[in-house]
Design a protein around this ligand. Structure first.
Ligand SMILES: [Zn+2]
Length: 396
């Protein structure tokens, strides 16, 4: 078959060479020729095109091994940009990075009183204002990644079951694209976090991963045989809805006894505050007025507050039970504890290390690695940006 569309072919070759440089930098033209199995002239031409676009720069020379030293090439991410957006229940966090992933700017705004169109308008205004203030060129932005606190059904371009109801809509990606005029990629927050750790973070090199996202809710991402497992309908990884109790509060999913309704940050706050209202005592009552936040509860537990410790221990207990089921079903190489409550994860890590072996198959647990995230809140925005960058690298 003869490919007539030389423009697409050329673009495709450029991206092949660029990816090779990004993955193996610094690299010489001769090494590129060998790796890609094409002529030296082709590599020479494509590298020149990439250098003309400012995407590739020469950065020194290779070590001499007797012969002539060759110039080394590296990716230059300085003058192109990517936007990362994290939509949460009450606010939108956004950031601009260059393609070396140095942070250019970050900010946050409240979604109070906004509908979806208003949210997109506000984000657009803020980003365009930042681009002007920082003297960036808008056409140097390669794309936008958006972290969604719900399920994104790509085939219908629809968000469902979101903790932020504003974004439950059809045609959502289309709306973003029309407004920003750049490629936009949406992904569920927990999947995105799993993707980030697996591709760039502390879960690299593991083929079978259970990623647990602990936050206001409990989500997860599952990597099986080195690919993200989405399930038959894109809903896989709803780890928060494993049933760990036969009774309890009714959950948003319709069931009772779900892990999320017992051990999420919201559930911990609810339980603590309900028990205070029923008259139980805590050191917190003397310090400040309720309702008490997770940070209050976690901090006072460090000071041996009985009620706070009791509520947290209950959460750890059921998380260990839920995770043990996952371990027995999936036999993962790695359990990764992510989300935005690192101190809580560190405590849970200790419980898992001590207790998991007692309720799961010992031979699995002995081989199992458990890790916790070391990121702050910027992480989801960064993960969304990296998704957009990866899509750009593989696009023609
Ligand atoms: Zn549920």
């Amino acid at each position: 078959m003869k490919i007539n569309n030389t423009k697409i072919l050329k673009k495709n070759n450029q991206f092949l060479v660029l990816n090779e440089i990004i993955d193996n930098q610094p690299i010489s033209r001769a090494e590129l020729t060998g790796k890609l199995n094409v002529s030296h002239t082709t590599i020479f031409t494509i590298v020149k095109e990439l250098m003309d676009q400012g995407l590739v720069v020469e950065t020194g020379y290779s070590e001499s091994s007797g012969g002539r030293r060759s110039k080394l090439l590296s990716f230059n991410g300085k003058h192109k940009y990517v936007i990362g957006v994290e939509i949460e229940e009450k606010e939108v966090l956004y950031a601009i990075y260059d393609l070396n992933f140095d942070l250019i700017m970050k900010d946050i705004f409240s979604v109070k009183g906004l509908e979806l169109d208003g949210l997109i308008d506000k984000l657009d205004q803020k980003i365009r204002a930042a681009v002007t203030d920082l003297d960036l060129e808008y056409n140097k932005i390669i794309g936008m990644g958006v972290s969604i606190p719900g399920i994104y059904k790509e085939e219908n371009d629809e968000v469902i079951d979101a903790t932020n109801k504003i974004i439950e809509a059809k045609g959502i990606r289309k709306k973003f694209r029309r407004k920003f005029m750049i490629p936009v990629y949406l992904e569920n927050d927990a999947n995105l976090a799993a993707y980030y750790e697996w591709s760039y973070g502390q879960a690299q090199g593991f083929n079978n991963i259970i990623y647990i996202y602990l936050g206001e809710g409990i989500g997860g991402g599952i990597v099986i045989n080195n690919s993200l497992y989405r399930g038959g309908h894109g809903n896989a990884g709803e780890i928060g809805h494993i049933k760990v109790k036969a009774s309890g509060k009714k959950c948003a999913c319709g069931g009772v006894g779900c892990l999320e309704s017992i051990a999420s940050i919201t559930a911990i706050e609810d339980q603590f505050n309900e028990r205070i209202e029923k008259g139980e005592d805590s050191l917190l009552v003397d310090i400040k007025k309720g309702p008490y936040s997770f940070t209050d509860i976690f901090t006072i537990a460090q000071r041996n507050d009985y009620l706070a410790i009791n509520v947290l221990e209950e959460a750890y207990k059921y998380l260990v039970i839920g995770i043990s089921s996952l371990v027995n079903i999936f036999d993962p190489d790695l359990i990764f504890l992510g989300g935005s409550f690192n101190k809580f994860n560190n405590e849970l890590y200790i419980h898992l290390k001590e207790e998991l072996g007692e309720i799961s198959f010992k031979n699995i647990v002995n081989e199992l690695e458990i890790r916790t995230s070391s990121h702050d809140n910027l992480y989801q925005r960064l993960a969304a940006s990296l998704l957009a960058f990866d899509k750009w690298k593989r696009r023609i």
